[in-house]
Design a protein around this ligand. Structure first.
Ligand code: PLP
Length: 351
C-alpha cells in the first residue's frame, strides 16, 4: 500500500484551451465577445478597495435581493455563488442524498459526471435521440434526481416549458435541476413553473449572457427549503461565497437591462448569419438557442477542421467523445471574428 492509493483518481472536467498568446480568435468556451455592462465596469472602478478588509456579505444579501426582484421572486428563493459551477456542485451535495441514481442526458454538460464521481452519487446517463433531442418519457423511472441543461450544451437545442413540466410531473419526489446557463439567447425559461413545483431548482450564470465569466457569479432559484439546503451545504464548505467586488458588479449588471438586451440581440443576429453561411458550405447545424452552434460537415472530419482552424489561430471546441466526435462546438464571436472564421472555413471546404 502507498499513500498514493488514497489520492483522488478522477477524470476531471476539461475546459476549452486558453492559448498563451494574444492574437487569436477564441470561440471555444462560450464566452461573450462583448464586454460586461458599462455599469458593471463602473461599479468595479468605483469600488472602495479599503472595504476589502472586511468579509463580504455572507449570503450576498444585496445581490440576492437584486436577482430576486429582477425575476419577481422573494430573496428566500434565490441563492448566489461563485459561478454556476459552484452553485451546481452545492446542489449535487444538497439535493442528491437518496442513494438512488440521478438522471441526466448522455450528451450534456460534462461536469455532471465529475461531480457524481467525486461526491459518490450514483447516476444514469439517458441517451438523447439521433437528433440530440431529450425525450421526457425517458425520465419516468425510479431516480434520485434529474439534471437537464435547457438549452442543452453542447447541442445548443432548447426545449419549451411543457417539456420541463412533463419531467416535473413524473418526478415530484426528487429535485429537478434545470440549468439555464444559455436561456437568455433565445431559450424558454422554466421560472413560471417555480410557483407550481417546489422541487424545481433553476440555475443561471453571469458568465455567458452577462459577459462576466472572469468574475465568477451564478445563482439558483427554488423553494425556500431547497435554498436553505444550499446554504447548509455552502456553510459546511466555505462560509463566504461571493466576494464584495463581484457582488457590486453583479448588482450593477442586473440593473442594466438595456445593455443586456442589446448585447443578446447582437449575439443572436451573428449566430443566425454564421449558421446560414455554414449551412451553405455543407454543414449540418441544429437551430441554436444558445451563444454557440454545434456543427457537423457532411463529408469533412471535425477533427481536421478543428486542427486547420487552430493553425489559423481560431480556436473552437472539439470533443473526442462517442456520438459527438463528428461535430464542432463554435462560440458566437463578434461580427469581425465571424467573418474571419467564415473565410477560413471557406478556404478549407473549397480545397
Ligand atoms: C458555462 C456553463 C455553466 C457554468 O458557468 P459558470 O461560469 O460556472 O457560471 C453551467 N452550465 C452550463 C451548461 C454551462 O455551459
Amino acid at each position: 500500500m502507498s499513500y498514493k492509493d488514497n489520492l483522488l483518481k478522477i477524470e476531471a472536467y476539461v475546459a476549452g484551451e486558453q492559448p498563451n498568446k494574444t492574437d487569436f480568435i477564441k470561440l471555444n468556451a462560450n464566452e461573450n465577445p462583448y464586454p460586461p455592462s458599462p455599469m458593471a465596469i463602473k461599479a468595479i472602478n468605483d469600488f472602495d478597495g479599503g472595504t476589502l478588509k472586511k468579509y463580504p456579505s455572507a449570503n450576498a444579501v444585496g445581490l440576492v435581493k437584486a436577482i430576486a426582484e429582477y425575476h419577481g421572486l422573494k430573496p428566500e428563493n434565490v441563492f448566489a455563488g461563485n459561478g454556476t459551477d459552484d452553485v451546481l456542485s452545492l446542489c449535487f451535495r444538497a439535493f442528491f442524498n437518496s442513494g438512488r441514481p440521478i438522471l441526466f442526458p448522455d450528451i450534456t454538460y460534462s461536469f455532471n459526471t465529475v461531480w457524481c464521481e467525486i461526491l459518490r452519487i450514483p447516476y444514469e446517463q439517458i441517451r438523447v435521440d439521433e437528433n440530440f433531442r431529450i425525450d421526457p418519457a425517458d425520465y419516468r423511472r425510479e431516480n434520485g434526481g434529474v439534471v437537464i441543461a435547457n438549452p442543452n450544451a453542447p447541442t445548443s437545442i432548447g426545449e419549451g416549458i411543457e417539456f420541463v413540466r412533463e419531467i416535473l410531473e413524473d418526478n415530484k419526489d426528487v429535485v429537478v435541476i434545470i440549468d439555464e446557463a444559455y436561456v437568455d439567447f433565445g431559450g424558454t425559461t422554466a421560472i413560471p413553473l417555480l410557483k407550481e413545483y417546489d422541487n424545481l431548482v433553476i440555475t443561471r450564470t453571469f458568465s455567458k449572457s452577462r459577459s462576466m465569466a472572469g468574475m465568477r457569479l451564478g445563482y439558483a432559484m427554488g423553494s425556500a427549503d431547497a435554498v436553505c439546503a444550499l446554504y447548509a451545504a455552502k456553510d459546511s464548505m466555505n462560509s463566504y461565497p461571493v466576494d464584495s467586488v463581484a457582488q457590486a458588479a453583479g448588482i450593477a449588471s442586473i440593473g442594466d437591462e438595456k445593455y443586456f438586451r442589446e448585447t443578446l440581440k447582437k449575439v443572436m443576429a451573428t449566430r443566425e448569419r454564421l449558421t446560414e453561411e455554414m449551412r451553405k458550405m455543407g454543414f449540418d447545424i441544429p437551430d441554436s438557442s444558445a451563444n454557440f452552434i454545434f456543427a457537423k460537415h457532411k463529408t469533412l472530419s471535425a477533427k481536421d477542421i478543428f486542427e486547420f482552424l487552430k493553425s489559423k489561430d481560431i480556436y473552437v471546441r472539439y470533443f473526442n467523445k462517442p456520438r459527438i466526435d463528428d461535430r464542432l462546438r463554435i462560440t458566437i464571436g463578434t461580427d469581425d471574428e465571424t467573418d474571419r472564421l467564415l473565410d477560413a472555413l471557406r478556404e478549407y471546404v473549397n480545397n
